[in-house]
Write a protein that binds this ligand. Structure first.
Ligand code: SF4
Length: 506
């Protein structure tokens, strides 16, 4: 893969087999995906749509010692207002000295659409440099400057010699893609083109032989653990614990990382992804540019996938025996800890909603706990989920809805399936609660979900919400659904065009 010479990354519609509109069975989705037939699926009615700029900001805002400039109308950075508090807290969890979120907007208006917005970028870059002295200034390009033809890369190249901070453009204009996950590629594209040059070594330091040997050994066992913005610090600590048990040194990036870590990343022995949807663009480029191999197959959520994740990593270093011992010890301990919760989960029917990789792995974890997964919703779907979904027990009986948002489809699905409990993202959870369901967030940046400890934590919190579902039950009794009754009599996927073809394929 080599898109790095290009100023802008391709969107996922062009690079992958991908869709965000599907409703049907899991095996049919996998079959259609493998045949390359999912790209064309569309809705005749769409209630919502995500913007890749907002997802890019969710990533970029976590970078330490960095100022973010949103180049566009001020509203494009509106989501920063809601995330500033949590970003500050979670940055400080990694580094108590870290500053909170610093972001500026070029605040384009109608006159700028005629004159161009480059002067506004220049002013914002100098202001950021003088006021905050950051290591990095990331300039995020929105729809308006892309449409009027501002040459952001050319301008930043001109400004670079005049400032200390490294300048990096990020091309994540919302209008370009219906697949929000294109944001991950846009962010990594900006990092790869501007922040990952190998670190300069101080030539005056002469290493003696022992020190040199120690250094080589360290690098041969240093791995990059690629985190995602929806991970918690507790997740990072749990995964680091498992990797350190194999004798590995862990460099965690890109989220909440310091700029220096991007340079050091080019010297690691292995890139370890926890989500292919998030990282394939980055790890493939790091392999091609710096010769670093990668692990990309699964996400360490649930026992089965955590075991597989550890074995894949251990296989790279020839540590299979140590890994098997670690897995057997951890599995036995977890089994003992989970046992008291099992009777409570037996036969409980669950609907889960999240990003494709996370939701499938979480479904497997819920099955391990003894629950019956009766439906899945994924924000989009691409080839990286094929093997995971193909491996899910009972998949032929589980309907899957691929939808970015579209709460009307979820509402219909909940009424049809009547689950006992719902797991989803914060935005969907409120809608599910209005049906009276107990709800467990499927990720939270303050809770542990990954590794073996994560499975225990999910079990512990699920048991608690199942014990006392009264709040949401009362909520549903005192709230009307925002949809007409006749919508609940229709099929949940009746506005997805390609479904006619897919139904015939069953
Ligand atoms: S779609 Fe375009 S204009 Fe709207 S928030 Fe996203 S980048 Fe800004």
């Amino acid at each position: 893969m080599d898109y790095i010479k290009e100023k802008t990354p391709p969107v996922r519609e062009d690079r992958l087999r991908v869709c965000n509109a599907y409703g049907g069975s899991c095996p049919v989705l996998v079959k259609q995906s493998r045949k390359g037939c999912i790209n064309g699926l569309r809705r005749s009615f769409s209630q919502t749509q995500g913007c890749q700029l907002n997802l890019s900001l969710a990533s970029l805002n976590t970078f330490r010692d960095t100022v973010i400039i949103v180049h566009g109308p001020v509203g494009c950075g509106g989501s920063n207002v809601s995330s500033a508090g949590s970003v500050k807290t979670f940055k400080k969890l990694r580094d108590p000295q870290a500053q909170g979120l610093i972001w500026l907007s070029t605040n384009l208006g109608e006159a700028d659409v005629i004159r161009g917005g480059e002067t506004a970028v220049q002013e914002a870059v100098f202001y950021a440099e003088q006021e905050f002295r950051p290591e990095i200034i990331m300039v995020v390009n929105s729809c308006v400057p892309a449409l009027i033809g501002d040459d952001l890369d050319g301008l930043l190249a001109e400004l670079q010699p005049q400032v200390h901070a490294r300048l990096a453009p990020v091309h994540c204009e919302g209008f370009k893609s219906r697949i929000m996950a294109s944001a991950y590629d846009a962010v990594y594209h900006g990092i790869l083109r501007n922040l990952t040059a190998p670190p300069e070594r101080d030539k005056s330091v002469i290493l003696d032989e022992t020190e040199e040997f120690r250094c080589k050994l360290r690098k041969s066992r240093t791995v990059n653990l690629l985190n995602v913005s929806s991970m918690s610090r507790a997740d990072e600590l749990e995964l680091s614990r498992l990797l350190q048990a194999l004798g590995l040194t862990v460099n965690i990036l890109p989220h909440f990382a310091h700029p220096e870590q991007f340079k050091e990343a080019t010297e690691a022995a292995l890139n370890i992804s926890i989500c292919a949807t998030h990282d394939d663009y980055f790890v493939e480029h790091l392999r091609d540019l710096f010769g670093i191999p990668f692990i990309l197959n699964t996400i360490p959520i649930g026992v089965k996938n955590t075991n597989k994740w550890i074995l894949d990593i251990a296989g790279h270093f020839g540590l299979e025996e140590q890994a098997k011992q670690l897995i057997s010890r951890e599995n036995a301990e977890l089994e003992e800890a989970i046992a008291p919760f099992r009777p409570q989960f037996q036969g409980k029917r669950v609907l889960a909603c999240a990003g494709e990789i996370r939701v499938i792995a979480t479904a497997e974890m819920l099955q391990y706990l003894g629950m019956e997964v009766i439906g899945l919703r994924a924000y989009h779907y691409d080839q990286f989920a094929d093997n995971l979904l193909d491996d899910l027990a009972n998949r032929e009986k589980i309907p899957i809805n691929v939808a970015t948002g579209q709460p009307f489809e979820q509402a219909n699905l909940i009424e049809k399936l009547k689950p006992d409990v719902y797991l989803g993202h914060v935005n969907n959870n409120g809608w599910a609660a209005r049906h009276g369901l107990p709800v467990l967030p499927i990720f939270q940046q303050s809770n542990n979900y990954m590794g073996y400890n994560g499975t225990f934590e999910v079990a512990r919190r699920l048991a608690r919400i199942l014990r006392n579902p009264a709040f949401n039950r009362n909520l549903s009794q005192n709230n009307d659904q925002p949809y007409f009754d006749h919508w609940f009599k229709e099929e949940p996927f009746s506005y997805i065009d390609g479904n006619v073809i897919l139904e015939g394929d069953r």
